[in-house]
Design a protein around this ligand. Structure first.
Ligand SMILES: [Zn+2]
Ligand SMILES: [Zn+2]
Length: 297
């Protein structure tokens, strides 16, 4: 079930038309603690998985659990954790490879030094529901024998909700400077900055990465910039992006955080470093739609 995003505090086309070409469709996921089934879209829920397909494991030689003195884990491979499952029916804006209608994201819930990112490394599976349901299903996924609970989500139902967002730092320098000035003005006049009102830092499909550090947009081996497929983020909606259905106070309430002090109890509970996020990018021009990730915190 989708939620209702409060309308924007001002009309960008009227107040800052230079930003209009940067508008991008985004589907905000709004993960909330729940009891999703394997045939539901979910964050941290069970995956629709064929019984005869080996559960993916990670045997990286450098992965470790920072909660345990950063000792390298091994030599037994670590089972990956289910992170995200999205059915096409729930995210109509997401284009799937032909013949598939469910996207699954898993990762090894340990820290990897690969490419100096110090993060979990996500893997993607695109599947056909009809094909998976034609064979016996896996009843119980293998739990990882070692994990950093910063990277194991609590099971959440999702509420994919389509809206529009704009870039935070992915703008030409001159435009970004003008946006910064306008943002300060907005904060004075309507009580919310451009960055809080028009950019998001929460789990989503499409749109822009909510960069906290310098943008580090990957290029594919074929030479073109990759597409931002999705973000899994520690923070899950506040201020303007807190859905109408979860607002207990009347008014625009731009300052409202989700569920007051209990925000973290209502979502997946991953801190991901310090309010971090994992951004997954892919290239639809190359066979197999290769993907890479960036970690930001
Ligand atoms: Zn690993
Ligand atoms: Zn490519």
């Amino acid at each position: 079930m989708s939620l209702t995003v409060p309308s924007a505090p001002v009309d960008i086309a009227e107040h800052f038309p230079s930003l209009v070409p940067y508008a991008r469709a985004v589907t905000l996921l709004y993960p909330r603690i729940g009891n999703p089934g394997r045939e539901d879209s979910s964050l941290g829920g069970p995956l629709l998985w064929p019984a005869d397909e080996t559960w993916p494991t990670c045997a990286a030689t450098d992965h470790y659990n920072p909660a345990r003195d950063c000792a390298v884990v091994g030599p037994v491979p670590v089972a990956m954790a289910p992170v995200l499952q999205l059915f096409r029916r729930d995210v109509p804006a997401l284009a799937f490879p032909p013949g598939t209608d469910v996207l699954q994201v898993l990762w090894c819930p340990l820290v990897h030094s690969e490419h100096d990112q110090w993060s979990p490394v996500p893997v993607l599976r695109w599947r056909s529901t009809v094909e998976v349901l034609a064979e016996p299903l896996l009843e119980q996924a293998t739990p990882p024998y070692e994990f950093d609970d910063d990277y194991v989500p609590q099971p959440c139902v999702v509420h994919p909700t389509g809206t529009v967002e704009y870039p935070n730092w992915d703008l030409p320098a001159e435009l970004l400077e003008r946006v910064g000035e306008w943002s300060a003005e907005l904060e004075e006049t309507v009580g919310i900055s451009y960055f809080d009102a028009f950019t998001t830092q929460q789990s989503k499909v499409g749109g822009y990465p909510g960069w906290m550090q310098e943008p580090d947009w990957p290029d594919c081996a074929c030479g073109i910039p990759m597409e931002h497929l999705l973000t899994i983020s520690a923070s899950e909606s506040c201020g303007r992006w807190l859905p109408v259905e979860e607002r207990t106070r009347p008014g625009s309430g731009w300052e409202v955080r989700a569920h007051g002090e209990h925000e973290e109890e209502d979502s997946h509970g991953m801190a991901m470093g310090d309010c971090g996020g994992v951004y997954v990018f892919l290239c639809r021009s190359c066979p197999g739609w290769p993907s890479v990730h960036r970690y930001d915190c």
